[in-house]
Design a protein around this ligand. Structure first.
Ligand code: UFG
Length: 323
């Protein structure tokens, strides 16, 4: 298959491209490089610099490239930033998808695999099932939910087939260590902890220990980026084989508290951490049920929390060695 990966120069998009190419497919990348890097674009991918909010950029790609499936990764994804810049999040995340769907309609491209997020669940209680109520508590989650609904309505009206993936907490790097989450983008727990271990930061601050959880720190479900990326290959194949449009969680069925993550890192390498105040917009617990992805895609995450931490550490050590 030939896949257009919108946002293929970013962290997760670049991993999807690597998995597609490993699986024998062709990848075309469209990225505006606002937070992506040319270094992350696979050498065998066809690259277009452009913006999914600009119809003419999409026309150029669809006029030149026969595309079977579109994957969308071109979103802004940082919860605290979304609390400060909600309009920017709506513009980038929602308008970007609207223009993309309009271009797909115009060019008769029928299949889309869309990156959504566990943040659509908001304050979940226990394990999130896809049919649970969606009640985001931050603009990031709201923009992704708006996109999910837009895709569903557009599928009904225009005959798109879609797989919507709701990601839980993604970390780690490709085994080749050619790609990973780059240095200047770090706000997420695992890479921040690893930067602390490597002496790039002084300490990790745990945001709040007064949540209604077993140790008072937030619980999240961590998933290795390569497991997540491979799910996209399966999702695209599923659509081309005539699979019904679906929304699926991508997580591990298991939650770890922030303190447990810090302690797991500490067992691998000494980590200095302290407890600070809560961060705005953080729900207490987010854990995925991944039964749907198992059932429809036969997808099973292979990496443990320790694998994820070690993989991020290996990538960050490599980045550190670069001048
Ligand atoms: N955390 C800290 N200290 C830090 C960084 C994070 O204590 O320096 C805590 C956060 O408060 C939170 C947990 O670690 O409780 C995880 O935070 P991240 O910033 O790593 O990730 P989020 O859970 O905020 O968000 C991520 C993705 C979202 C997705 C969500 C789903 O960015 O897209 O996971 O679980 F929706």
């Amino acid at each position: 298959m030939r896949v257009l990966v919108v946002g293929g120069a970013g962290y997760i998009g670049s991993h999807a491209v690597y998995e597609l190419i490993r699986d024998g497919h062709e990848a075309v990348v469209l990225d505006n490089l606002s937070s992506g890097y040319m270094d992350l674009v696979h050498p065998q991918a066809v690259f277009y610099k452009g913006d999914t909010r600009h119809a003419k950029d999409l026309d150029l790609v669809f006029d030149n490239e026969p595309i079977d499936v579109v994957m969308h990764f071109a979103a802004k994804i940082v919860v605290p930033e979304s609390m400060k810049e909600p309009l920017e999040y709506y513009h980038n995340n929602v308008e970007g998808v609207r223009v993309l769907l309009a271009a797909m309609k115009k060019h008769r491209v029928k299949n889309i695999v869309f990156s959504s997020t566990a943040a659509v669940y908001g304050e979940a209680t226990g394990i999130c099932q896809e049919e649970d109520e969606t009640k985001p508590i931050n603009p990031y989650g709201e923009t992704k939910l708006a996109c999910e609904k837009m895709i569903e309505w557009a599928s009904l009206a225009h005959g798109f087939n879609h797989v919507i993936f709701r990601y839980f907490n993604v970390a780690g790097a490709d085994a080749s260590l050619e790609i990973g989450l780059m240095k200047d983008q770090l706000t997420h727990l695992i890479p921040v902890a690893i930067q602390t271990v490597l002496g790039i930061r002084e300490k990790l601050t745990i945001y709040g220990d007064d949540y209604p959880t077993k140790d008072g720190t937030c619980i999240r479900d961590y998933i290795h980026v390569s497991d997540l990326a491979y799910a996209h290959v399966l999702g695209a194949r599923y659509l081309l084989e005539g699979g019904k449009s679906q929304t699926m969680n991508l997580g591990s069925n298991q939650g770890y508290s922030v303190l447990e993550v810090a302690q797991t890192v500490h067992q691998i390498a000494p980590l200095k951490y302290d407890i600070g105040p809560r961060r705005e917009g953080d729900p207490a617990t987010l854990i995925a049920s991944n039964d749907r992805a198992r059932q429809h895609l036969k997808w099973v995450p292979e990496h443990t929390l320790e694998d994820i931490i070690k993989s991020d550490m290996a990538f960050r050590e490599k980045l550190n060695r670069k001048p």
